[in-house]
Each structure stands twice: as structure tokens, then as C-alpha cells.
Write a protein that binds this ligand. Structure first.
Ligand SMILES: Nc1ncnc2c1ncn2[C@@H]1O[C@H](COP(=O)(O)OP(=O)(O)OP(=O)(O)O)[C@@H](O)[C@H]1O
Length: 341
């Protein structure tokens, strides 16, 4: 394991009875990365985070966390902190008392106001002396993060840390995580929000039914996702339709299905970026002004849907079968090989 590798998983498998939560998973997380795990419900994200925290052990394969092998059973590597399924907190204690109890349980002392500092970093200083019982989900998430910060972790593991956070709270948590990563801490987190992951993560790993279907920078994921649907509004919609239909590699698709009833004027065209470039030139040559042209859903979301096999028919038309889900419903090998690093 290289010095710069915080997590190295090889063929890690974890089953719960008949359910295969992780299926021969390979994963590398470089030190100092903010690494996002994303995938449909039940994909294995929480199971993987639990393994990193030493809360569950793998059935087979090898897992090294911060240079410590976790292959011989339940163990937490030194320098790892975080939580899955929400932070464990004492509801009758205040936020400050909760953090003090964490410090005491670890046999540490509250050096130089570490507790107050952690509360301030997550924006909870105003409610430091309120009982946690009355805290919202977002406040609990932030307090859980503060508890994890108290041990100065080298690897921070967080299960949906933005869950329940308002936009200001989310920005604050993102800032904390970015500052930590800049100081060398590795962060591995799960999220269902592709926009959050794109804004925060250096790399993302996309899981589907316990298998890795993509790992790499979010920008690469967006590009590898395949064809996109674009909404097109011009000065001459009929003329634009004719140009689009004549453009190689582009298809005009049913706008009503894609956009719903809210937007009956727009055309929806499906294709790769290069075909779109040709369309734009064609429209300009015909003297048709382009008023709006944008993906109907964000590229990362489209890539997620395509690579996890969800709703692929919307994103991979019949004339591009190589990009479609295979007969077993698994995501396409071609796409995955192209996508995986
Ligand atoms: N303790 C357990 N006992 C039985 N099955 C479990 C257990 N933990 C996880 N599973 C199963 O393993 C699979 C993966 O679950 P996991 O919680 O890791 O998925 P996830 O990607 O975190 O899902 P979500 O997005 O819904 O949180 C699921 O089918 C789940 O039902």
C-alpha cells in the first residue's frame, strides 16, 4: 500500500444472509481526497463505510485502511473517525456535554477548548447548551461531525453528512470538509445528491448492487455517461426540427415524455456533444437563432442513471445498443470499461 493511499480494497465481499451487499469490490482512495460514494438504495455504500470504520468485517478479500489491515476481523484503524446511520448522541445531554463525553470516553482532556472549537467549526456554538433532544436532523448531523473532528482524524468517514442540512448548513459542512482535505485528511462520504458530490468531491465511486461501476473524478463521470438529452428553443422550432433530424448522430425525441407538460414549445434532441456542435452550426447557417440549449437533466445525474442501469431506455436509444443495459439488467460492460479507471 503506497503512502498516499488511505484506503485499499481488493475483492472485498460482504453478505448478509442471501444478500450480497458488496461483491468483490476493488477501491483505492488517495490520501487527502474527498471521495464520494454514490449509488441506488441498497447499493452497498453504508456497508462499505461500516467496513472502513471497523463496524462490520468483510467475508473475504483484503482491506487496508491507513496502512492497517482489517482482514483479521473487527478492528478500527488508528486515525479513523466518523459515523454511519446517523451519529450516536445522548438526547438528554446538551451539545457541549455530548462532545465532552466523547472526549472523556476516549480518555482525552479538553485541550485548549477543543470542544468549543469543534462546535464553532460546525456552526453550533449558539445552541451549545441546548439538549440534543430538541435538535433537528441537520443539527444532529453537524454535532456528529463535530464529535468526529475531536480526534483529529486522518480518515473521516461520513454517511450522508448533508442529510437534513439547509443550504447554509451544507455550505458550512462543505467548507469544514474542504479545509480538512487541504490539511491532508482523507474524507470518504456517501450521498444521494449528485450536485453535492460534484461540488465537493475530488473523486466519486459509483456502486450498483455491491459492485463498482465507476471510480474517478466527477467530470469524467459526466462525460462517460453517454448520450444526453438537450432542450432546444429557437426562433423557428419547425426549421430547427428539420435541421436536427438531418444532423448525423442526433435524434429528436418526444419532448412531452422528457419535459412533461410544462414545456410544450421546446424540442428535445439526444446525442453526443459533437453532434450538438454540428446542430448549432447547422442552425446558424439556416439563420435560426438559438434562444436556449441545455441538458434536460444534469450530466452527472444522467450518467448515474445510465451506469446504474436505472431507466437506461431514456438515455440509450435502440440505435446505440452498446450503451444500453445488457440482458441481465447490468450496466453495459463497454460503458463501464470506458468509465472505470
Ligand atoms: N445488517 C444487515 N442485515 C441484513 N441486510 C443488510 C444489513 N446491512 C445491509 N444489508 C443489506 O445489504 C444491502 C446493502 O445495504 P447498504 O445499507 O450498504 O446500502 P446503501 O447503498 O447504503 O443503501 P441506502 O442508499 O438505502 O442507504 C441492502 O440490500 C441491505 O438490505
Amino acid at each position: 500500500m503506497g503512502r498516499s493511499t488511505a484506503v485499499r480494497a481488493r475483492a472485498v465481499t460482504k453478505t448478509f444472509g442471501d444478500v450480497v451487499a458488496l461483491d468483490a469490490l476493488d477501491l483505492d482512495v488517495e490520501a487527502g481526497q474527498i471521495h464520494g460514494l454514490v449509488g441506488p438504495n441498497g447499493a452497498g455504500k453504508t456497508t462499505l463505510l461500516g467496513l472502513l470504520l471497523g463496524l462490520v468485517s468483510a467475508d473475504s478479500g483484503s482491506l487496508e485502511v491507513l496502512g492497517t489491515s482489517l482482514d483479521s476481523g473487527l478492528a478500527t484503524a488508528d486515525g479513523v473517525a466518523g459515523f454511519v446511520d446517523g451519529p450516536g448522541l445522548y438526547p438528554s445531554l446538551t451539545a457541549r456535554q455530548n462532545l465532552r463525553s466523547v472526549v472523556q470516553l476516549r480518555g482525552q482532556r479538553d485541550r485548549h477548548g477543543d470542544v468549543d472549537d469543534a462546535l464553532a467549526r460546525v456552526g453550533l456554538q449558539e445552541v451549545a447548551d441546548d439538549p440534543v433532544r430538541g435538535f433537528s436532523l441537520g443539527m444532529r448531523q453537524r454535532l456528529g461531525l463535530a464529535a468526529a473532528l475531536l480526534s483529529d482524524p486522518r480518515l473521516l468517514v461520513l454517511d450522508e453528512p448533508a442529510n437534513g442540512l439547509d443550504p447554509a448548513g451544507k455550505r458550512q459542512v462543505h467548507r469544514v470538509l474542504t479545509d480538512l482535505a487541504e490539511a491532508g485528511t482523507t474524507v470518504v462520504l456517501s450521498s444521494h445528491r449528485m450536485d453535492d458530490l460534484a461540488a465537493l468531491c475530488t473523486d466519486v465511486t459509483l456502486l450498483a448492487t455491491g459492485r463498482m461501476v465507476f471510480s474517478g473524478p466527477p467530470s469524467k463521470l459526466a462525460v462517460e455517461g453517454g448520450l444526453l438529452d438537450y432542450r432546444l428553443l429557437t426562433s423557428d422550432q419547425e426549421g430547427a426540427r428539420r435541421v436536427a433530424e438531418a444532423t448525423a448522430g442526433l435524434r429528436v425525441v418526444n419532448a412531452r415524455e422528457t419535459l412533461g407538460l410544462a414545456d410544450l414549445r421546446s424540442l428535445v434532441v439526444r446525442g453526443h456533444e459533437s453532434a450538438l456542435d454540428t446542430l448549432i452550426v447547422g442552425l446558424v447557417n439556416q439563420g435560426i437563432a438559438i434562444r436556449e440549449l441545455a441538458p434536460t437533466i444534469p450530466p452527472l445525474e444522467a450518467a448515474f442513471l445510465a451506469l446504474t442501469g436505472a431507466d437506461t431506455s431514456d438515455y440509450f436509444p435502440e440505435d446505440d445498443p452498446a450503451g444500453a443495459a445488457d440482458a441481465t439488467g447490468s450496466p453495459s460492460t463497454r460503458t463501464l470499461e470506458g468509465a472505470a479507471r
